[in-house]
Design a protein around this ligand. Sequence first.
Ligand code: AHG
Ligand code: MN
Ligand code: MN
Length: 334
Amino acid sequence: MPKIVTLTEFIQSNQSDFPYATGELSRILNDIVVASKIVSRDVRKAGLVDHILGSHGEINIQGEYQQKLDVIADEAFIREFRLGGEVCGIASEENENFVAFTSESAKNGKYVVLFDPLDGSSNIDVNVSIGTIFSIYRRISPVGLEATLDDMLQSGTQQIAAGYVLYGSSTMLVYSTGNGVNGFTLDPSIGEFCLSHPQMKMPENGRLYAMNEGNIFECEEGLRKYINYCQSRENQTGMPYSGRYIGSLVADFHRNLIKGGIYIYPDVISAPKGRLRLLYECNPLAFIAEQAGGLATTGRKRILDIKPEYLHQRTPFYVGSKKMVEKAMECLGL
Ligand code: AHG
Ligand code: MN
Ligand code: MN
C-alpha cells in the first residue's frame, strides 16, 4: 500500500508553490480543514440531533430561509478565521455586510476569505449532498488596519487560493493555489483528509448537462438552442446527453469536474442576473475549473475578469468542460 499523504503534509510540502511562501496561507488552509471537519461531523449527525436539521427561523440577506446548518457552518468557519490570526476579514453568504476582525493580530492579517458556508441548503433536509465554497485573497488595504470593502471586491483573477468541501457520500476537500487542482477525501476513522485525487483534470468534453430545466421557458432563445443540441443526436456523441441536476452547485460541479459536463445557471425572468453569487460561488469554482482545464463564463465573458461592484452580486454561470462551455456560448450567439 502506498504511503498516505494527508492534507496537512501536502500543504506543508507544497508551501513553496504559494505566491507568498510564508506559511500564513498554509495556516488559513488548516483553519478551513478544521472548520470543515466540524461541519462534516455535524452534517453526519443531521436527522439525529434536533438542533442541526431544519429551519433556523431567520431570513438571510438573499431573502432565503436560513437552515440551522447554514448558521452552524457560518459560525464554525468564522470562528476559525477570527482566531487564526492570518485573516483580517471575511464575507459570507449569510452575512449582509463583510466582517472586519478587530483584534490586533487579525488587523495584521494579510488575507481575506469569502465563502458560502453551506451550499445547497435546500438539500439538507432530504439527505442530499451539500458543500462549502471558499475563496482567498490578499488584502489590498494597509496591514495593521481593519479590512475594507475593497479587500472583498477584487476580481477573481486575484484569488490566491480557492476550493470547496463536498459533504457527499464521503467528505472531500478540493482546492487550488494556482498550481493545478488536488482532491482529498476525509477518512473518518483517522480524522484526516488524505490525497485521493492528485492533479485533477476536467475532461475537455462530456455528455452530462446540468440546468434547472424548470426554467427553460424563462431563459433566452440561444440557451434553448443549446439544450436542444444536448438532447439531440447532433452532438459529438451521436446520442442525447444525460441530464443531471442535483441542485447543490458544489455537487453538480464536482461530478462534472470528474466525469466531464456543463453546469448552467442562466439569467432567467425571475432572476435577471442569474441566481448564483459571483464572489463566493462562481469565482472560486471558476478558478478551480480553469486550473483543471475547464472554462467558466457568464455565457458571454470570463467570470474571473468581472470587476465586482457589491458583495452579494449575482451572475449567470456557465461552467464545465471547455468544449461544452464553448458550444453553449456559440449557441448564445457569440
Ligand atoms: P445556497 O444553498 O448556498 O443558497 O445555494 C443554492 C444554489 C446552488 O447550490 C444550486 O445549484 C442552486 O442554488 C439551485 O437553484 P434552483 O433551485 O433555482 O435550481
Ligand atoms: Mn450556494
Ligand atoms: Mn449557502
